[in-house]
Design a protein around this ligand. Structure first.
Ligand SMILES: Nc1nc2c(c(=O)[nH]1)N[C@H]1C(S)=C(S)[C@@H](COP(=O)(O)O)O[C@H]1N2
Ligand SMILES: [Mo]
Length: 305
């Protein structure tokens, strides 16, 4: 009997699902994604617990799909789920360019076919001090970046969300400078924890969670995990980021989860896990310290917040 409470599509608040049940759901997901039809064997990692999984309780699907930050659909948490049906996640292309030898415009379908889907259960900590635990489906960003053959001068990666006020009505307002942009240092982007995600809870990603493809960087505050990505570019300098432009004294470029660096307007020491009554302590690097602390060796994380 697994100690971990688990999810399954269709009854996502259920707990203690058997490994067989998880297997079936994962197999069904692959079938739905066309992988079984394409004659590909099921990647072993989908059938077992990933070494990247947290063993913490998965947050019920209803929280994760109805309590969202996605300012392109409004600034209230309930609005993305109500309004994001105007987003058309197919057809969709993602351009990989900038300082690289093999730039390419990928169709999202061919990306998903080329890079095998993995399920990973990650913690996600919003800078607003709430958190969730989500079974994402996606693939590590590193092989996609390497396929573009970045030049030696490439030190950062800049990412951009779709700019289309018809599909994303919030882009008609001036709450942020659109399109939403984000960035990572190249070594952060290549870290094995960094994923491009196209599904969750065994199903394709709902629009409000960033369909068809969003970044997932679990040791950073949630706003680094940019949604509905259309462009990824290698750059020499630190790229601008949407929240840093909006309030530089509140949101730094790195934005690593760090309970000892408070936001100027609130503490970051604790967080509310959606669905739980009592606050829990926020962990350094959101609990991924063993994996990522080496990236920031010798850096003053009070300065580089
Ligand atoms: N394009 C875009 N990406 C975005 C946001 C946004 O407003 N626009 N919000 C960010 C914030 S603040 C958080 S906490 C997460 C929320 O992801 P979720 O809705 O899947 O939980 O998305 C991030 N990515
Ligand atoms: Mo957030």
């Amino acid at each position: 009997m697994s100690r971990r409470r688990d999810w399954h599509p269709g009854d996502v608040s259920a707990s203690d699902v058997t490994p067989e049940r998880v297997y079936l759901n994962r197999a069904q997901f692959l079938k739905a994604m066309g992988l079984a039809a394409a004659g590909l064997s099921l990647p072993g990692r989908l059938l077992a617990k990933s070494p990247f999984d947290t063993s913490e309780t998965v947050t019920p699907y209803d929280y994760v799909s109805t309590y969202n930050n996605f300012y392109e659909f409004g600034t209230e948490k309930d609005l993305p789920a109500k309004r994001a049906s105007t987003l058309k996640p197919r057809p969709w292309t993602v351009e990989i360019g900038g300082l690289c030898d093999k730039p390419k415009i990928w169709d999202v379908e061919s990306l998903i076919k080329k890079f095998p889907a993995e399920e990973r259960i990650y913690r996600h900590r919003c800078v607003e001090a709430w958190s969730i635990v989500v079974p994402w489906l996606g693939f590590p960003l590193a092989p996609l970046l390497k396929a573009a053959e970045p030049k030696a001068s490439a030190k950062f990666v800049a990412l951009q969300t779709l700019m289309d006020p018809k599909q994303m009505p919030g882009e008609k307002t001036d709450v942020l400078a659109w399109p939403y942009v984000e960035g990572l240092r190249l070594d952060e982007a290549l870290h094995p924890l960094t994923m491009l995600t196209h599904g969750m809870y065994g199903k394709p990603l709902p629009n409000q969670n960033g369909a068809p493809l969003r970044l997932t960087v679990p040791w950073k505050y949630g706003f680094k995990s940019i949604k509905s990505v259309v462009k990824i570019a290698f750059t020499a300098g630190m790229p601008p980021t949407a929240w840093n432009k909006a309030a530089p004294e509140e949101y730094g470029f790195y934005s690593n989860v760090n309970p000892s660096v408070d936001h100027p307007r609130w503490s970051q020491k604790k967080e509310r896990r959606l669905g739980e009554l009592f606050k829990r302590k926020t962990l350094m690097f959101n609990g991924y310290e063993d994996q990522v602390a080496g990236l920031y060796k010798g850096m003053d994380l009070q300065k580089w917040f």
